[in-house]
Design a protein around this ligand. Sequence first.
Ligand SMILES: [Zn+2]
Ligand SMILES: [Zn+2]
Length: 334
Amino acid sequence: MKSKFWIIGLALLLILSSSCTAIKNAVGMGDKDDDNTLLLLSAAYVLTRSTNPCTNSAYSSGTAVTTSTLSLSSGCVTGATSSMDSNLPTWIKNNFKCSVGYVQSTYYCFKSKNLLNARSPYYKASTGLNGGSGTPNPNFIANQNLLYAIPMTPAKNNSTLSGTQNGLASIGIAVNGLAIFNNAANPPDTLSTEASTFDQQQGHPEMTGSYHHHSQLINGDGTGGTPASVNLTTQGSSALIGIALDGYAIYGRWCGDATSGQNTQATGLDACHGHITTTPEFSTATYHYHYGGGASGTTCNGSGVGTGAGNDATAGIPTIMGSYFYGVIGQVSN
Ligand SMILES: [Zn+2]
Ligand SMILES: [Zn+2]
């Protein structure tokens, strides 16, 4: 009992200190280390949550690999397991990698070491994967133990919407196994100022080394190449980006038609960044998100929240998600 209070007290202390720029600078974290408050809040949040329903020791996301010389195998970092169970739906099996996917209870589960599948200035030289372009923040990529429990049957949230900035360790998992983060930056920065620290895959790590995307993925195949299936640099990409914590799919700016195969600009997006249509992955019209934001003046999920411009007002750049989830969210722990 006593030790539990110590842990909670420590978490509170960390939260308080995370808001103090002077303390951060004193320990050499600098201003651009991104999302400190988010992560520390999430640490406290995890303490209050019930056991993640995807906890299952039969599935391992691999061994810790940041201290050895790394290489890329099958588009993922050697040592980090990449496997998708056969009972997952085709759209997940065919698109997701660099994580371990399985079904448990009513959830799609993903375990991820959250290791970028490409060279980056955010890998320490000792890993053998340091390289690529980008102006780094002071952080380096480190193993995580992200565990996502994502509802198999997504459902519109008809109650109070869950905010994407409510202290979650991640708000979704990308097709490359990496975390999707919300639109918050390390105060007083906005994402538009932190965008200068994105590497050539359009991501960066926060202070615990958790690499993440706020914006579109680039070179997500891990080869440094830009195949159409994953390159989202063009306006016309309708590629699948990932799955949000509420179970709805996330795509690039454009929307692919299920029958014609034609990509068109996504229309009628709400402030959650989504709309209900068919896509190549869903032959029945289904809600899904699009990178880049909803239409100005819309609300999210008809709830009245999220009214405003297409981009999340706190971000300043086009982002993967808005300020709220459309659906009922699952759980994530790290
Ligand atoms: Zn960030
Ligand atoms: Zn669409």
